[in-house]
Design a protein around this ligand. Structure first.
Ligand SMILES: CSC[C@@H](O)[C@@H](O)C(=O)COP(=O)(O)O
Length: 350
């Protein structure tokens, strides 16, 4: 168990190899990160993206940081350096709480082993912990799938936004994990995938991975979602999350809020599928979730094609917050929770 290899990432023992999601689906290119700085850059530049995948990558980045600093004989110096490793990895993307969750977990394990005299032994323990995070993520996603697939019927048409699939996790996926589990259970499910401007995770990633898995998928542009719902083509919406606040408000890819409002208007159940590591009990409500603003070029371009001149003003929030009253249920590995979320979400952690 000292290696892991999935479609999204591979831990070799000395490096983290990531499928470069910036080039999918047209090119399958891999990036090998041999340092924690390279992992941080890969997270920031979205070689790897999606909350759980970011968390697991950061954990492996932390291990690389530990390996880069294991020459220190003075333990305090090593611990000091590891603070900087954590800081660099934490400063990559602000919204997905899984990043901070994974880094805190790694740091906690390191602190718990402060008494070990051998730094190399601490590094080995950190490597085991990162592998645990990665292996657990797959099992958690499968549990989310089992819990969520009961909400879907044979023949359902499901709309999803962005990519909350295998590529956004270590493997299997959260929202797409629910769809995957339903299909594995013999249900015929057809997916409508929003293309998800500006970064096109839906068009480029969701469609690619669902088609690879043999799941029927139709691509629509984001502005078609309302009309497709109006035509009664959608039975359920399932999306992932980057951070769920204590009251059930949640941040997810920009455009999720519009989809939730549309689902409400059309009486369509709107589900959020996410692991407990995406729930941030310390954040009381959605107004307090930090929303990442990304480079304006992402909007001035459509993938690699320039749409407008570079002096065109642009606003590019990468996420929005959907208020909990629009959420029919949150699907987790511990079960499905419904309103009132401020009461039921904390129960999941007991
Ligand atoms: C299981 S992934 C859930 C979310 O992280 C996903 O829906 C999303 O918004 C990803 O955003 P991204 O900017 O591509 O990292």
């Amino acid at each position: 168990m000292n290696r892991i290899k999935t479609m999204t990432m591979e831990w070799t023992g000395d490096s983290l190899i990531l499928i470069d999601q910036r080039f999918l689906p047209l090119e399958e290119i891999y990036v090998e990160c041999k340092t924690y700085q390279e992992v941080a850059k890969s997270i920031k530049d979205m070689v790897v993206r999606g909350a759980p995948a970011i968390g697991a990558s950061a954990a492996f980045g932390y291990v690389l940081g530990a390996k880069q600093n294991q020459q220190y004989t003075e333990k305090n110096k090593f611990f000091q350096e590891m603070k900087n490793v954590k800081k660099v990895l934490a400063e990559t993307r602000p919204t997905a709480v899984n990043l901070f969750w994974a880094l805190n977990r790694m740091e906690q394990v390191m602190n718990d082993n402060f008494n070990l005299n051998d730094i190399k032994a601490i590094v080995d323990i950190l490597e085991i912990e990162a592998l645990k995070i990665a292996y657990e993520d797959i099992e958690i996603n499968k549990a989310i799938g089992r819990n969520g697939e009961k909400l879907l019927k044979d023949g359902d048409n499901v709309l999803t936004h962005c990519n909350a699939g295998a590529l956004a996790t270590v493997d299997y996926g959260t929202a797409l994990g629910v769809i995957r589990a339903a299909v594995e259970n013999g249900k015929r499910i057809h997916v409508y995938a929003d293309e998800t401007r500006p970064y096109l995770q839906g068009a480029r990633l969701t469609v690619w991975e669902l088609m690879k898995s043999g799941i029927r998928t139709t691509l629509i542009s984001d502005n078609m979602a309302g009309w497709v719902m109006k035509q009664q083509k959608i039975n359920a919406v399932i999306v992932g999350a980057d951070r769920i606040a204590r009251n059930g408000d949640f941040a997810n890819k920009i455009g999720t809020y519009s989809v939730a409002v549309l689902a409400k208007k059309h009486g369509i159940p709107f589900y959020v599928a996410a692991p407990l590591s995406t729930i941030d009990l310390e954040t009381e409500n959605g107004d307090l979730i930090p929303i990442e603003e990304r480079n304006k070029e992402e909007v001035r371009f459509c993938h690699k094609t320039r749409l407008v001149r570079d002096d065109v003003d642009v606003y590019n929030p990468a996420f929005d917050v959907t208020p909990h009253d629009l959420v029919t249920a949150i699907i987790t590995e511990k079960g499905v929770v419904r309103q009132p979320y401020d009461k039921n979400i904390p129960e999941l952690f007991k």
